[in-house]
Design a protein around this ligand. Structure first.
Ligand SMILES: [Zn+2]
Length: 147
């Protein structure tokens, strides 16, 4: 019994560890002066359970807003159906999202300093920003991205 419990606990620990999984995707960092450097894009992978939870949360929030807007005179004719429809639509989109982009790390091609830029979770490559050290423009591209 004790051994079985220990085994189950071990399995649980392994599953929890893999539930927060980050991957580093190699990217190229381009600068205005045609120089480029290698970098990494950090992505967090969502488990089906996390995706379901995120989807359920946004669905619930939309329907809460629909219920709340039912008390607004006249505007409720528009707001209630919009929020009611947005619930499942948003939930579907959120459930389909498998990764969250977190940050990009690398060396600035202009000033040669290491940087880490936090990204919005919906950031898609190619992505443009400025170097936090020298304020020069940088563009982050996936390695397989054609010029
Ligand atoms: Zn720089």
């Amino acid at each position: 019994m004790t051994t079985a419990n220990t085994l189950m606990n071990d399995n649980k620990t392994v599953a929890q560890q893999t539930s927060i999984e980050y991957t580093r995707q190699a990217v190229m960092i381009h600068a205005h002066n045609k120089l480029s450097a290698a970098g990494f894009l950090l992505e967090k992978h969502l488990t089906p359970r996390q995706r379901f939870r995120r989807a359920a949360l946004s669905w619930g929030l939309m329907w809460l807003l629909a219920a709340a807007s039912a008390f607004i005179p006249i505007a409720h004719f528009l707001l209630v159906p919009v929020f009611a429809a947005a619930g499942p639509a948003l939930a579907y989109l959120r459930y389909r999202q498998q990764t969250i982009t977190e940050a990009v790390e690398g060396q600035c091609p202009s000033c040669l300093q290491e940087f880490r830029l936090l990204l919005d979770q919906r950031t898609a490559l190619p992505y443009r920003d400025v170097c936090p050290h020298c304020d020069r423009h940088i563009q982050i591209k996936a390695l397989d991205h054609d010029k």
